[in-house]
Design a binder for this molecule. Sequence first.
Ligand code: ADP
Ligand SMILES: O=C(O)[C@@H](O)C(=O)COP(=O)(O)O
Length: 424
Amino acid sequence: MTLQLGCIADDYTGASDLANTLTRQGLRTVQSIGVPADDLALPEVDAVVVSLKSRSIAASTAVEKSRAAAQWLRGRGAKHLLFKICSTFDSTDAGNIGPVLDVLRDDAGEAIVLVTPAFPETGRSVYQGHLFVGCVPLHESPLKDHPLNPMRDSNLVRVLGRQSRHKIGLIDLATVARGADAVQARLDELAACGVSAAIADAVFERDLETLGAVALRHGVSVGASGLGLGLARALRANGGIAARAALSEAEPAVGGAAACLAGSCSQATLNQIACAEAVMPVLRLDPEQLIAGGAEVQRALAFARERIGQGPLLIASSTTPDQVAALQARHGRDLAGHAIEQAMAEIAAALVDAGVRRLVIAGGETSGAVVDRLGLPGFLIGAEIAAGVPVLRSVGAGAPMLLALKSGNFGGPEFFTDALRLMR
Ligand SMILES: Nc1ncnc2c1ncn2[C@@H]1O[C@H](COP(=O)(O)OP(=O)(O)O)[C@@H](O)[C@H]1O
Ligand SMILES: O=C(O)[C@@H](O)C(=O)COP(=O)(O)O
């Protein structure tokens, strides 16, 4: 297998988002959970997206895991590596985008790395280095209240500057609009001044096509699905991608019971849970009890066992920003987040033991904990449910399951029913 593109994603929902974009752009893509084991049989593919749960862990561990993934991908022939970060630049001043970017750049022998989280399809654009979510700057968007990485500064040159050992520069939209050679010239100019990463403005897909074409001339780039789109189109334009059938087209139906789990406290997820209440049984967990111990998990399982087989159900720990803040004040941010993720993973494992084969999970960290607990090594990419969220078919671990790993902020109000309609 010779990869045309190697990708390292810092969470599992982000990985499925990128794998979805690459697939829609005609690249045969698989999503692996961690670095694939040597005995994992992978089909002939153009791109592998290695999913890490490295967004909210210690920076040194994130660096170590990303390096191992980079080594594996380079060993399979990938000349370019995309480090997939969140389109809302989810991170803290302690990392992890800057530290990972620094080592991937050094290991690739590059002087400077192009960085852009722009993803126009989901309303993420970058102008003068400031990230917008729809029509509001990042620091005014719901991301300002994220439970793990509240984003309170929209100026990405500044944000990345606090995370990196090196100087950060800007490639503005006027330069991007002048085309690939202008962008390359600006990168060279910044590198000559000792700048080692450049935030690139991008508003429209054509901007990402320009940035993708430039990125491909280098060994590594950093961005969200928008840059993935630009890279995929550049690879196709270079004639690097053979025309072949998509990987999961001919797969048989999976069937079996269906369940949804939500650990995301994002605004979009809160609305989706409210909408789901009209069409399926919904259990809202008590987060305080979840942290206290197993009784709340048992309550969830009793709720589920009574209803499994009668139709889908939803179990959610999600709550409003003020309640998240109150819980974190009592227990600490990391302890609260981790304990709830592990409780959701325990519920998921018991649901699968009880016959659930189709599982929708809302939340990146939540998805990571669940998929790890289920021991699924990888996924083929199926139909697109909403921008950035595909149906996933598990591979390499017994009978296949269907999953949807939804980024907290993605999907329309009816996301849970939209997903289940496509997960057959
Ligand atoms: N009620 C709650 N109070 C505090 N934290 C919560 C609650 N419910 C879930 N969490 C935690 O919030 C975090 C949500 O992150 P994540 O799953 O990545 O969602 P998103 O995709 O919206 O970022 C997780 O660590 C989760 O365990
Ligand atoms: O780029 C994006 O916005 C997503 O792919 C993503 O990474 C979202 O992360 P979570 O909201 O934590 O799932």
